[in-house]
Design a protein around this ligand. Structure first.
Ligand SMILES: *[C@@H]1O[C@H](CO)[C@@H](O)[C@H](O)[C@H]1NC(C)=O
Ligand SMILES: *[C@@H]1O[C@H](CO)[C@@H](O)[C@H](O)[C@H]1NC(C)=O
Ligand SMILES: *[C@@H]1O[C@H](CO)[C@@H](O)[C@H](O)[C@H]1NC(C)=O
Length: 424
């Protein structure tokens, strides 16, 4: 305790005699850094849709522990754009391994890029490390201490490859459109499409979702409405620490309420990403019971401590929760709806999702445990293309934790001997 106090004094003393660098010291003495980046420009006219993948985007370099990833849509002057003008359907950020020397003769047969993917649970979809939608402005992404999401470890890249990051951003410009909820829910009636992105005929019974609002599609605009094409950006702020032994790595698992593998008894995960909420029956309406509840179960590959949890839902969502195999509640995540016009508080849109930060070690899950996701929506009216995802960060039990070394990079790089820091 005395030691801790003297270190605090030492830090204050050091900061008193020299100006602090722009990077601030965090409590454990490691430098917390942050930087704001911009995606490539997204060009959008009234009613238009952009759903593009951007490879090799700006990202912090080196072997790091990511602590947060916050994003929002802004214009060329950095002014936040409200959701009722540009609806942010989703963005995802994901690392991948890029072939270093793709022009050399022996690399011709190698894939140019290999997705790195998170640690589960859907095998072909939802491989992202971060991803949110309309709720991005008010949803915490902070990874609590001493945990971090590992990135850029040169040793994990396959020979001849290096780690890079990609962004997928799906935005819908709803200025002047005939029906804002119809456009944001990708109702096919408003999109005048008969084939999907891959040229396949869209089935007559498919009424809405991503198959109808892919890149370069156009939602119906009110007659006579004119609006200029705007150049927008996804602005994202990454906060990180340089990787040290003191950081405990976390695994990322994303559960999808449409995953029917376990229910159907099939080994392959079947994460369909989207589903449809039908309008409630008149009987249910009379009973004031217009909540659509969807449930699915999936196996958590590896257990540990849940250190963070958050759900993703679209407009109409009323909350989602994740339960353990014995029915205990692991995390509940509830939406906040906006009440005004300004960016971050748009009425009728989900502007934030609540998050879970369990007390370290208080929420444990085990290897192979079957978790249940519940996603609730209002069925007051039909909703197409809705989602029910649950994102958790799990820290695996540490084998013989190394004594944390307390290091400082200021004014020069130095560390406390391990015997002192392990007694703190
Ligand atoms: C719908 O698409 C067809 C061809 O794909 C086009 O000829 C027609 O003008 C479009 N209608 C509207 C209202 O945009
Ligand atoms: C729609 O029809 C196709 C075949 O045309 C069928 O495979 C699919 O299950 C149907 N979907 C729904 C939601 O009814
Ligand atoms: C979902 O709805 C069910 C049934 O109405 C309710 O028991 C449960 O608490 C709801 N969960 C959330 C997270 O809102």
């Amino acid at each position: 305790m005395r030691m801790a106090l003297s270190i605090v004094l030492l830090i204050s003393l050091l900061s008193a005699i020299a100006p602090l660098p722009s990077e601030a010291l965090n409590v454990r003495g490691h430098l917390l850094k942050s930087k704001t980046f911009c995606s490539p420009p997204i060009l959008l006219g009234p009613g238009s849709v952009s759903n593009k993948y951007y490879h090799d985007v700006d990202f912090p370099q080196g072997h790091i522990a990511i602590k947060s990833f916050d994003a929002e849509v802004v214009d060329e002057n950095g002014v936040p754009i409200p959701l009722h003008e540009t609806y942010l359907h989703h963005w995802v950020a994901e690392p991948y391994y890029a072939l270093k020397n793709s022009h050399s003769a022996d690399s011709q047969k190698l894939p140019k890029g290999v997705l790195r993917r998170n640690d589960g649970v859907c095998k072909t979809t939802l491989g992202q490390y971060f991803g949110l939608g309309s709720e991005t402005r008010h949803t915490a992404t902070w990874v609590p201490d001493p945990y971090g999401i590992e990135s850029g470890n040169p040793e994990s890249a396959p020979e001849g490859y290096e780690e890079k990051w990609l962004l997928n951003i799906h935005a819908i410009d709803t200025r002047g459109v005939a029906d804002k909820p119809g456009c944001t829910e990708c109702k096919c009636d408003f999109y005048n499409v008969t084939i999907d992105e891959y040229g396949r005929t869209i089935s007559k019974n498919y009424t809405g979702g991503l198959f109808c609002c892919y890149d370069k599609t156009q939602c119906k605009v009110k007659e006579g409405f004119n609006g200029e094409v705007r150049k927008l950006f996804l602005q994202y702020k990454v906060t990180w620490l340089d990787w040290t032994d003191g950081v405990v790595p976390v695994k990322i698992y994303i559960f999808d309420v449409t995953d029917s593998a376990l229910l159907n008894g099939t080994p392959e995960h079947s994460c369909k990403v989207e589903y449809q909420v039908e309008e409630c029956s008149s009987v249910n309406r009379a009973n004031d019971d217009c909540t659509h509840v969807k449930t699915s179960r999936a196996v958590l590959p590896r257990g540990g401590d849940i250190v963070f949890g958050v759900a993703h839902q679209h407009s109409g969502g009323s909350g989602s929760s994740l339960y353990g195999q014995d029915g205990r509640l692991l995390c509940e995540s509830l939406p906040t709806y906006g009440t005004g016009q300004e960016a971050g508080n748009e009425a009728n849109y989900i502007v934030g999702m609540s998050t879970c930060y369990p007390k370290p070690g208080s929420i444990k899950v085990s290897d192979g445990e079957v978790l249940t996701v519940v996603s609730n929506y209002s069925s007051d009216r039909q909703h197409t293309g809705v989602m029910g995802l649950f994102y958790i960060l799990v820290a695996e039990p540490q084998q013989a934790a190394p004594a944390p070394s307390l290091c400082f990079s200021f004014p020069a790089k130095w560390c406390l001997p391990a015997w002192i820091s392990s007694n703190m």
